[in-house]
Design a protein around this ligand. Sequence first.
Ligand code: NAP
Length: 242
Amino acid sequence: MRKRFKSYDFAIILGATGGIGSGISYELINQVKKIYIFGTNLEKLSALKNELSQIENLQIYTEQMNFEDNDLVIKAKIESLNLQKNVGILVNCVGTYISKEFATLTYENITKDFLINVIRPMQIISSLVCYLEPGSLIINIGSSLSYHPKSNRVLSSSVKHAIRGFSLSLAEELAGLGIRVCLINPRSVATSLLKKNSSSESYQKAMPVEDIVRTVAMIVSCDDKTLFSEINVGASQGFLGQ
Ligand SMILES: NC(=O)c1ccc[n+]([C@@H]2O[C@H](COP(=O)([O-])OP(=O)(O)OC[C@H]3O[C@@H](n4cnc5c(N)ncnc54)[C@H](OP(=O)(O)O)[C@@H]3O)[C@@H](O)[C@H]2O)c1
């Protein structure tokens, strides 16, 4: 069998401190020499950094970034990262979730959710694309809500449709540069985000984070010419254990 010849130098994980993001970070420390982990909370970032420090000679950088901060703050933080053209894997695991009847959503709910789930990821990825080399990978974590909309989840379905459109069209655009973009659409995953927003029965039925991590590991281990533009994990039953 032909082996993957690409070895990745550097990974960046947005939303690394979350349930799915931390699982992916643990997986990727075995694949790279340097890793940048992003989150909103300094304590969570430093706890994750300590846990990831098990690999000898791995360089771990942390960046506290709240996507609700204004454009200038976000732009300045990205520019200060001092990156070189060696980013091999960029993963976006940032997400919030609102389950509310459409008519009860506030203007603030709608603005904030689009900002965190769509606008900032698009802006940040657009600033980072120039540091990706041919053969590198962008992985967006979307949701089964992006193609299987549900009532009371109009806002979450809308942002996930947007990130799906972004990811799939970006995959087309960057293919010519040899950069692969993959969207993973999970159904319910047993993380604190799901626990806060579903019944304990739904949480019990949810798939483990490891299944998303295995999906990422499979993509990373494939030949750098192989593109998985979209992978639906456990999608046949919709969202939140239904
Ligand atoms: N869990 C599920 O059932 C499920 C199903 C389908 C899709 N997904 C998607 O999978 C992704 C990860 O979800 P998860 O279950 O791992 O959720 P999670 O544990 O709540 O993690 C969410 C991540 O997003 C970050 N984040 C939240 N608000 C932010 C903000 N204002 N600025 C910057 N970062 C922010 C969090 O940072 P902090 O840790 O610093 O707060 C955290 O790292 C999301 O896009 C979610 O929609 C999840």
